[in-house]
Design a binder for this molecule. Sequence first.
Ligand code: ADP
Ligand code: MG
Length: 535
Amino acid sequence: MTAFGIDLGSTNSCIAYVDDTGHPVVARNAIGRETTPSVVYFEKPGSVVVGGAARNSALLAPHLVAERIKREMGREDVAFTYHGEARTPETISAFILRELAQSAGRQTGEPVRDVVITVPAYFGVREREATRKAGRIAGLNVLDVLDEPIAAALSYQSRRPSGGVRHVLVYDLGGGTFDTTVIRLEGDDIRAVCTGGDLRLGGADWDERVVRYMLEAFTRQCPGLDPTADEQFMHDLAIGAEVVKMELSSALAWTRHLRFGGATAEVEMTRATLEELTADLLERTLDITEKTVGEARRRKVETIDEVILVGGMTKMPVVRERLRERLGLEARRHEPELAVAKGAALFALVRQASREPGGGPEEIADRLGISASEAAVMTRRSVTTVVPRGFGVRVADQNDPLFATDPGRARTYVIHLLPANTPLPADSGAVSFATSIDNQPMAEVEVWEQKEGTSSDEVSDNACVARGRLRLPPRLPALSRLDVSFAVDETGRLTVHAEEPMSGNELDLELQIGGMDEAAVSAARTAVARHDVSS
Ligand code: ADP
Ligand code: MG
């Protein structure tokens, strides 16, 4: 049974598999495209449309169209209602996954079951869990979720196997997000060293600048006309702006006609103008890249051997130019829109082989017609990722004067037992804390996850993701020792262990993340399966 790799993007998605010759191939969708817009149109009860056609419906029926749902993954407080039915981000994503699976199934002639789905490196445990759920709701068997930059590096490395230690920087600028990751490659061992990014910086910001420019040009040519209240005009303008931006990656100038109220304006934009109008956006990606490279340097990475450009936006020539000019980084573009899905397909093959009884190097060698030793290299390949965000516990500040008199009201802050970028599997080992008052009956153990961005011990910069109570023995004096340890396995599952050493009382927490329990997942799966999904 073929295993598939899926790049579930916020703008575009892509599915790939490894063919009989051992090469990753992208499965085209129903209209022959390699990528499918991640847009879902709830056309009528019981039938949804996914992809380009769904995106075109956004104007006619915006209230029935879900776009950029990836940004909401892992949020439990949102649901979207279409035809009177509430849909979670997981369920909406499941429709996209089903459409991709259908296309791939048509192309390979066998149903899609085993998949690896990629996620951004900065996704927290909750978002990863939501992604797995989306896969299960779509009726798929999710072998694993894999970091997008690792997938890109895998697909890149599969074409250039080489010895020694090498460091690769993945620069991924997509439709709505930017992230950059330094990856260490050594033979079969692939691990992320550090990662950084901005969740609110991507192609859409460039499009917005182009829209503004074109509107200004229109008003200059047709003074007295204000088309901004016209939905149809603004919709066409938005679509047109993205086209102009994309065309300017190959052309030096592009012209569009804008028609409104009987008037027509001819707007020309040059590549130089586009670059000038968006320079600050690009520089922001370079600031983050510079910081990430600096962080890698602190982790003893002396040279970046290779820079891989991923994401549709890296087709803009200026990205490479500025990486070279400002950071001295020589980048190569490696199938910016397909690399992630292809890498995931390679990883899926390896994962599948390692899980199936009797599956192993020989079976892979047979299937791919490669030598047993080549296959052994593939199945041995291990991928190490990092803790995407810091995890810790909330404690009372013993330096706060209130701590002595009224510890319940003292300032609290978060201590990260596992800082962001700790390689997986990660284990903090036992860290000692103290009780606050005499005869404390129990200790409240709260698990806090750092919010996106930089690490901070302020409670407001972290989110409580789980809590439990550790029973304490009678007559325990204040400031008695309590031990807490945090561990995250390769799949991102967090286990927390707390212990009172005198009594041996223990508390174990397995992070239960995401709002849907198993029953809800299976109900959603049934509901999704009943829908007619088309593109
Ligand atoms: P995501 O990973 O967010 O799903 P993609 O990697 O598919 O997104 O990138 C989508 C973005 O890339 C969009 O903003 C799109 O306009 C932009 N894009 C696609 N092709 C080009 C191009 N030739 N030149 C510039 N931008 C492009
Ligand atoms: Mg992407």
